[in-house]
Design a protein around this ligand. Sequence first.
Ligand code: ADP
Length: 272
Amino acid sequence: MSTQNNGAPKPPTPSAQTDFSIEAHPGSHVNKVIAVVSGKGGVGKSSVTAMSALWTRRNGYQTAVLDADITGPSVPKMFGVGYADLVATEECLYPANTITGIKVMSMNLLSKQEDAPVIWRSPVITGAIKQFWTDVCWGYVDYMFIDMPPGTGDVPLTVFQSFPVDGIIIVTTPQDLVSMIVKKALGMAKLMKVPVLGIVENMSYVKCPHCGEEIRIFGDSHVEEIAEKYDIPIIARIPIDPEMTSYMDTGRAEYYESTFMEGLKDVLPPVD
Ligand code: ADP
């Protein structure tokens, strides 16, 4: 294949240093943006995103959740919001408001049929994610949590390059190859110059309903050694709690009382 370009100037090579950032809608004033990541699906990333948002909201902060996990957009379902909760004007699209006032935007909200699969090619998906920043009027938000798709593909890259992400929360489970996931997340964080705020180990243990003993059904956790090795705080260790599933999976996330995410108070960047 010829590499000649007839003397035309060479296009610049994109790199981590290239500025791909995009302007938020003038109707948005988002103070801190926190990305919630995991190595694979089903580890409870969306649940941790929802619980983080609940924690900041309960502590009096204006809170938003941007569901960028097009592989499994479960955030609207957790908060019991749907297509009918969106309001669009010529100027902008407003996020759905949950009963406690958390603002939510998700690909799922854009379709009347919430179980319709998103069968779009990558550039279309990344374009839609960017529009969640440029075309949505978020209003005033202290903390926005972004539920990222698992892994390090196109969408996470787009979010890190386009959005002003202030910190990353890594969600793992005891069965995960925690070291590898943390290394990858740290690699991406370093490249994007975003700090890792901490790790959440989900499905850490089961509490015996009779004696209260913590049973580690997935074996010993390695999260402590990894946290120490890479000098990352452990934000929370969350047990398997059937009650959580029943609240989260039936749109009643806001009724779920827990103190699991208290550790956020030590790691979240303060709002300006
Ligand atoms: P992900 O976003 O990583 O794909 P989800 O947060 O959607 O994972 O969780 C997957 C399923 O596991 C959901 O049904 C959720 O309610 C359930 N789940 C997550 N964490 C827990 C937990 N600690 N205890 C019980 N069920 C959980």
